[in-house]
Write a protein that binds this ligand. Structure first.
Ligand SMILES: *Cc1c(COP(=O)(O)O)cnc(C)c1O
Length: 454
């Protein structure tokens, strides 16, 4: 059995059982394609690794919040980690039970806190004492009790990219552990609040287990300490952040590529470490994987528009741009670029710059990337485009948002059509003074006059 959900079959790149070429013919390019089989594999493996622990797996929606993706996980029993009212609504709409939803984020508004209370979610992850005070007011005004986990900043350097590290004392996330402890011991009865747990989330794309161990040890020590002091804590939220492999070599016929095995092995190591640390601990647990579950379940498919040589440098200009996939421009992220037609074995690789059409130099996907021969009109795919990809897309340069397709076995569904131009333009409104001017122009046209003629 193949462990890879994107592979060549008869020389054509497939997502599960569907040729990507066929999808390109149907929806045009660029488009995102996700494999439901890969999503299910990832979730099931994570759940199996934690089997026996009283754990809720709250998929972190911000990695990929298409309703079909959320619903795929919900159907397997997943909860959700949301960071906005929009995500809360998405989770509920996709069928995630409120009692499996945690609400995180450093800047929740009163309205968002109220929405969480009204929905009856499992837990608010509170990131500052000011936020706790606001939640207390909002809950007390409603006559309800808000279940809370304090997000502690364990001051651990996850050693990941500076833009995605969150567990160091100098980041904006969480409450200093000493401060949290002192506060909780001094404030045992907060109106409208029930402190049920402690939470951490030390960053994203962590490929090393050591920072987790350090952060979890600190969290567990604080948990034990507070329980010993009589606080009725019952839950530990270990956050998300497990990294995946972005570089996994050329795709081959079925079975090539190691990224799924790598992810599974990393999950096993992580789960083993957690089991060791929580041995004998009276607690239930929350995990918030995002990227891990969706990253390697998606690809972005694009077409080569033009080839251009500027001196010795060859540019491959494609129809996907930084507005579709911003990770390379934002985080210097590296994505494999694979042709939809399998390259002939032994084909010579040539370094090229792969760039999008947007008017920014940073609209560059790869510099001096060795690729097999590429011709105008060819179809290419970016690997590992299931996480923090479509969700970060914008309409910059007035480029409509790309469509998303979900494949399962040999079936597929367009789970978000390409945004049409009328929708994009129709979001804007003219102010009344321009409306008036436009009306006068139209009236003048009717009567044959011209306005403001020089
Ligand atoms: C972003 C985030 C996650 C998910 O992170 P991944 O790296 O995608 O696993 C989980 N929890 C919180 C609080 C987050 O902010």
């Amino acid at each position: 059995m193949s462990n890879r959900y994107f592979s060549y079959r008869n020389g054509r790149l497939h997502a599960s059982g569907v040729a990507l070429e066929r999808l390109a013919a149907e929806v045009g390019t660029p488009f995102y394609c996700y494999s439901a089989d890969a999503l299910e594999h990832g979730y099931r493996h994570f759940a199996a690794a934690l089997k026996g622990l009283p754990a809720t797996i709250c998929y972190a929606l911000k990695a990929n919040s298409n309703q079909a993706v959320i619903a795929t996980f919900a159907a397997l029993g997943a909860g959700a980690d949301v960071v906005s009212e929009g995500e809360l609504r998405r989770a509920l709409a996709a069928g995630v039970p409120a009692q499996k939803i945690v609400f995180a984020g450093v800047g929740k508004t009163a309205k968002e806190l109220a929405a969480g209370l009204d929905a009856g979610i499992m837990q608010f992850n509170i990131e500052s004492l000011s936020e706790l005070k606001l939640l207390s007011e909002v809950a007390a005004a409603r006559g309800v009790i808000a279940p809370v986990a304090l997000r502690v900043n364990p001051d651990v350097d996850a050693g990941t990219h500076a833009k995605i590290t969150t567990g160091r004392a100098d980041t904006k996330f969480g409450i200093d552990a000493g401060e949290a402890r002192a506060f909780l011991l001094a404030n045992r009865d907060i109106p409208g609040i029930r402190i049920e747990g402690l939470a951490v989330h030390i960053g994203s794309q962590l490929t090393d287990i050591a920072p987790y161990r350090l952060a979890f040890e600190r969290l567990i020590a604080l948990y034990k300490d507070l329980r010993a002091a009589g606080l009725p804590l019952k839950r530990l939220d270990f956050g998300g952040g497990i990294g995946i492999s972005y570089q996994h070599g050329p795709l081959t016929e079925e079975g090539g590529g190691e990224e799924i095995d790598t992810a599974d092995a990393r999950v096993d190591a992580y789960a083993g470490m957690v089991r060791e640390l929580v041995e004998g601990l009276d607690a239930e647990f929350v995990f918030e994987p995002g990227r891990l579950l969706v990253g390697n379940a998606g690809m972005l498919v694009t077409r080569v528009l033009y080839l251009k040589d500027n001196g010795p440098r060859r540019f491959v200009i494609i129809d996907a741009a930084m507005n579709d996939l911003i990770r390379p421009s934002l985080y210097d992220a590296w994505h494999e670029i694979v042709p939809l037609k399998a390259p002939t074995p032994g084909a010579e690789l040539r370094p090229v710059d792969v760039v999008g059409p947007v008017c920014e130099s940073t609209d560059t996907f790869a510099k001096q990337r060795p690729l097999p021969p590429v011709a105008e009109g060819d179809l290419l795919a970016f690997s590992t485009a299931g996480a923090y990809a479509f969700v970060m897309a914008s309409t910059y340069n007035s480029r409509p948002l790309a469509p998303e397709i979900l494949v399962r076995g040999d079936r597929y569904a367009i789970v978000r059509p390409r945004m049409d131009y009328d929708t994009m333009i129709g979001q804007d409104r003219l102010p009344d003074w321009l409306e008036d001017a436009a009306r006068q122009d139209r009236d003048a046209e009717k009567t044959g006059e011209t306005r403001g003629a020089a």
